[in-house]
Design a protein around this ligand. Structure first.
Ligand SMILES: [Fe+2]
Length: 354
């Protein structure tokens, strides 16, 4: 017997996971590395932390294969585009996120090889329509679908409480109970959980909470919009590098700016009132079109006829969300009044139609 025939194959080293935190947005970024092949993947990189992440990738000698996103983020700009430029990593999204100029579009159940391991895509829409969770080696990276003792909101980016409930209870909660949960954010200093813990203790979805109870909770969150939503969503649609300045919120665009536009009576411009029909009927800007928040897709074809769209609501909150919705549908040249609304128009003595 020769010496070499007695040698055992080297044991496979376990997957290495590094968890990073971005303090500004409370975002977790994950670096996954197969120490056997030195191949790696980054999940949800933050643009402002690119230097930090690149340094680790270099120090650990990683060949970065993938820059993976769990969804189109509203609270920070992704580093995926820059990461691809710097490392050659392929950008990975759920196909349903409909992001252009990426490299790999995944469907539910698809697998990405990472050295000796496989990253399995689990489509988990609800927080947004294009959310994907990623399962690898007894861990699941859940983005904003399942947080520790909570979950992401469902009130923008084609979110749906019912869809979110089914994604968590019918998909994530069916993973093995010992699966470690790594969320996209945490605001309380927690770093990971398990499926067993969340099935029991998740405040919104645990203890077999009913769909009706969950929807009731989600309908009453009354959250402010993320600070960066109107910057981050359009930027992330260009993988964090190619974004269109015409769909940014211009903070100084006020009701008096809108009045000047209104006076021009330019048929290429459209002013949208995106409050409810009931609110619109109690008084609105003359010749404005009522497109209640959430119904934008029903009007897409008609909206394409205008060169510039202006949006207002009551306080500026809904108009900002509508701007993001329209931008996600591919429209450009949209401006909204982001810090006031019809009460200011009235206070300034401008005309009202009924
Ligand atoms: Fe999110």
């Amino acid at each position: 017997m020769t010496i070499s025939s007695c040698q055992q194959p080297l044991p496979i080293k376990p997957l290495y996971i590094k968890q990073f935190f971005d303090r500004d947005s409370c975002t977790y970024t994950y670096l996954l590395v197969d120490p056997n092949s030195h191949e790696g993947a980054i999940i949800d990189g933050v643009k402002e932390q690119l230097k930090r992440d690149l340094q680790y990738i270099e120090e650990l000698g990683i060949e970065l294969l993938y820059a993976i996103e769990t969804h189109v983020h509203a609270d920070h700009i992704s580093s995926a585009g820059l990461m691809r430029q710097k490392t050659g990593a392929q950008i990975v999204y759920n196909k349903a996120a409909a992001i252009k100029s990426i490299d790999i579009e995944l469907l539910d159940g698809d697998e990405l090889p990472l050295g000796h391991f496989q990253i399995k895509a689990i489509s988990t829409p609800g927080h947004t329509c294009g959310c994907m969770s990623y399962y690898i080696d007894n861990r699941v990276f859940t983005g904003d679908t399942l947080l520790i003792r909570g979950c992401g909101r469902s009130d923008f980016q084609q979110g749906s409480s019912e869809v979110l409930y089914r994604s968590v209870t019918e998909k994530l909660f069916n993973l093995p109970e010992e699966t470690v949960v790594y969320p996209g954010h945490d605001y309380n200093g927690n770093t990971s959980s398990t499926i067993a813990e969340e099935k029991q203790w998740n405040a919104r979805l645990g203890k077999q909470k009913s769909l009706a109870d969950f929807i009731d909770i989600m309908d009453n969150l009354n959250l402010a919009l993320p600070k960066k939503i109107n910057e981050a969503v359009p930027a992330n649609e260009g993988c964090g590098i190619n974004f269109n300045p015409n769909i940014y919120v211009h903070e100084d665009f006020s009701m008096s700016s809108l009045y000047q536009i209104w006076q021009q009576e330019n048929p290429d411009n459209l002013i949208i009132d995106n409050r409810t029909e009931e609110e619109y009927l109690t008084g609105h800007i003359p010749n404005s079109k009522n497109i209640p928040l959430g119904t934008e897709p029903d009007h897409l074809e008609a909206l394409k006829d205008f060169k510039h769209i202006y949006i207002y609501c009551h306080s500026g909150r809904r108009s900002q969300t509508a701007l993001t919705n329209l931008a996600m549908m591919g429209l450009e040249n949209i401006t909204c009044v982001s810090h006031s609304g019809l009460p200011e128009w009235e206070a300034l003595g401008y005309p009202i139609a009924h």
